[in-house]
Structure formats: C-alpha cells, structure tokens
Write a protein that binds this ligand. Structure first.
Ligand SMILES: Nc1ncnc2c1ncn2[C@@H]1O[C@H](COP(=O)(O)OP(=O)(O)OP(=O)(O)O)[C@@H](O)[C@H]1O
Length: 336
C-alpha cells in the first residue's frame, strides 16, 4: 500500500532529479527573478485535477488549462501540460528554464513558474484573455482587427518582442522557432504577447539541429535545406505573419501553396495590391501598405543572410507607427 509519506518522498525525489534544487538556488541567489516552483497539489487544485472543463487550448506540445489561485494577485493563469516528453530531457529542460525565467518583456507572455513534480513538465504562464491573432484574422470577424492602425500595432509589438528575444542583454540569444499567428496572443486592449516558449526553444546560433520543428507555411526554406535554425528563420516566419495581417489570407492555401511564394511572385510582377485585404485598401493607407509589403518581402528573401535582422524590422515598424500617429494628428489638426 502506498502511503501519503511515500508519495511525498517520491515528489521530493522527482524534484531533485529534475534539477529543482538548481532552480531553487538560482532563485535565492537572484531575488529579482519572480519565478515560482509549484507543488503538485497546487497545480491539481488550480486545474481541478486537469479537468476537461478547464482546457483552453490544445497545441502540438501539450494541453493548456485555465488555472486559478496560483497568482499572488489572484489573476487567472494558463497552465501548460507538455506531452510526449522524454524522461532524459529533464536536465536540458531545467537549463532552459533558468534562461526563460529571465525573459521579461511586455510583449511576451510571462512564464510565472513551473512544477517538477509530475511525469511531464508543467509550465505556468500569465493568462492572456483575448483570442490568438490567427483567430482574429482568419476566424472571428472582430471589427477592431480590421483597422490598419491595430494591424500595424500588433506587427510592431510582436517584432519588438522577437528582437528582444534575439538580442537582449538579459539572456543569451533565444530563437523562438515557431513564430506564427496562433502564437501571438492578444489582450483585451489588443496588446500583442508572443507565446509558446518552454519546450526546447533555446538554441545557440551555431548549433546544428536535425529535427524539423515549426509549422508548414511559416518555415524558412533555408532551414528546411540545412536543418539549422537561425535568428533569420524567425525573421522569415514573422514575414509570413506580416502577410497574414496585410492580406488576411491563410499561410498555406487549400492546394498547399504558400502565401509567401504567391506574394513574392506578385511583388516581382508588380501586382501585389491584388492580394491585399480590401478592408485596408484605402487611398490614405497606400504608402504604408507599400512600405509594409516591401518589408515583408525582405523578410521572405530566400537567402537568410539578405534578410533584415529582427531589430531592423522592429525599428522600421516603430518608425511607421510614429509616422501614422503624426499623420492622424495632422488630420485632427485639419479638422479643428
Ligand atoms: N498564456 C495563455 N493565455 C491564454 N490562452 C493561452 C495561453 N497560452 C496558450 N493559450 C491557448 O492555448 C492554445 C494552445 O497553445 P499552445 O501554445 O500549446 O499551442 P499552439 O501554439 O496552438 O500549437 P503548437 O504548440 O503546436 O505550436 C492557444 O492557441 C491559445 O488559445
């Protein structure tokens, strides 16, 4: 018969085997890192024992639950239960957590903590209440996402988040590896939050990788040839997201033709305007649309070296935003 004491001992064992002590030491060394290590009981209570009613999403790497009572301010959280996790990958996973816990950016879904007391990793994130960008572009016809201003803002914020992951001094270079519109979440005020970190996403720039990760329609063609993920692979995938925002077309057509290739051909032949979503195709927007189309096209260049860096893309989008604000103010002044 297994007693409660046996169970407690087993949980402690799991905790140590999986590098829990390492994480605990790191946290006590650096009080600035608000990263929590949750007990099994806390997670089970928060998800009502992983009750189906608490499920908010299903991804390739696991199931996401809505949870309560874990956040000190009592905000809801999103709890991801990873699946298909290899027992031998725990130490790699804990190493990654040490880095991911240092990621702190307003446009990145915050990783609040984890639990090491289950047979698979459990990750706890800040809860983002609105839908994914994919949902708002392709499924729901939310009025707000129809405006050019919101689309530009979402693009600029997502680019800023990716640029931070690639080149912040807070942590080594982090490659996202699966940038797509389902991995951009939006708050009720349409603040973009890049998500989906935590299951083997950190790579050093020169590491070779032989398993194809990522999503069809967004994958860097050079990565598919060389199996080497780089910062420019994220730039390519971001280019596809930019196209989704401009065209409201799916990244892959029903015939499995990529939006990127259709768009690049239209750019070469000078008729890309035919692809742009008619809802944003106004005279006032023409300059901006043309600039954004050029930027997307640069992100999608076949040879990765010729693509801009994420910082350059973010800076260009910031500049465009500033231009828009000025333009809006100009219109206002004229009206007054
Ligand atoms: N922090 C969060 N707040 C609110 N909802 C979330 C959060 N994280 C994920 N979700 C929801 O859960 C769904 C699944 O997320 P997840 O990141 O696991 O999968 P995915 O990105 O759709 O697929 P994959 O992991 O295969 O790339 C998302 O589409 C979203 O609806």
């Amino acid at each position: 018969r297994i007693t409660r004491q046996d169970l407690m001992r087993q949980r402690e064992e799991y905790f140590h085997l999986r590098g829990g002590q390492l994480l605990r030491n790191m946290m006590s060394r650096d009080n600035n890192i608000p990263f929590m290590l949750y007990d099994r009981d806390q997670i089970e209570l928060a998800t009502n024992r992983f009750n189906n009613m608490s499920v908010i999403g299903q991804g390739g790497q696991g199931t996401v639950y809505r949870g309560y009572n874990l956040d000190p301010d009592n905000n809801p959280v999103a709890i991801k239960k990873c699946k298909g996790f290899d027992e031998n990958s725990w130490s790699e996973f804990t190493d990654e957590l040490l880095i991911l816990s240092r990621v702190n950016h307003e446009n990145i879904v915050k990783l609040l903590g984890c639990s090491l007391q289950f047979d698979v990793p459990i990750l706890v994130y800040e809860f983002v209440p609105n839908k994914t960008l994919y949902n708002l572009i392709h499924i729901q016809t939310d009025q707000s996402i129809r405006t050019m201003g919101i689309r530009l803002k979402v693009a600029a914020e997502s680019a800023k988040a990716l640029a931070y992951l690639h080149s912040s001094l807070d942590h080594p270079m982090i490659l996202h590896g699966d940038v797509k519109s389902t991995n951009i979440l939006l708050t009720n005020n349409f603040i973009a939050k890049v998500s989906d970190f935590g299951c083997s996403k950190i790579r050093t720039a020169d590491e070779n990788y032989d398993v194809v990760k990522g999503t069809m329609g967004y994958l860097d063609p050079e990565y598919l040839q060389k199996f080497k993920l780089t910062d420019k692979s994220d730039v390519y995938s971001f280019g596809v997201v930019l196209l989704e925002l401009l065209t409201r077309r799916m990244p892959l057509s029903v015939e499995k033709v990529s939006l990127a290739s259709i768009f690049q051909e239209a750019m070469r032949e000078g008729h890309f305007l035919e692809l742009i979503d008619t809802e944003i195709l106004h005279e006032d927007n023409m300059g901006l649309i043309s600039d954004l189309a050029t930027l997307a096209s640069q992100c999608l260049i076949m040879t990765s070296e010729s693509r801009p860096t994420m910082s350059t893309v973010a800076e260009e989008l910031r500049r465009q935003m500033a231009g828009q604000v000025q333009q809006d103010q100009g219109v206002l002044t004229e009206l007054i």
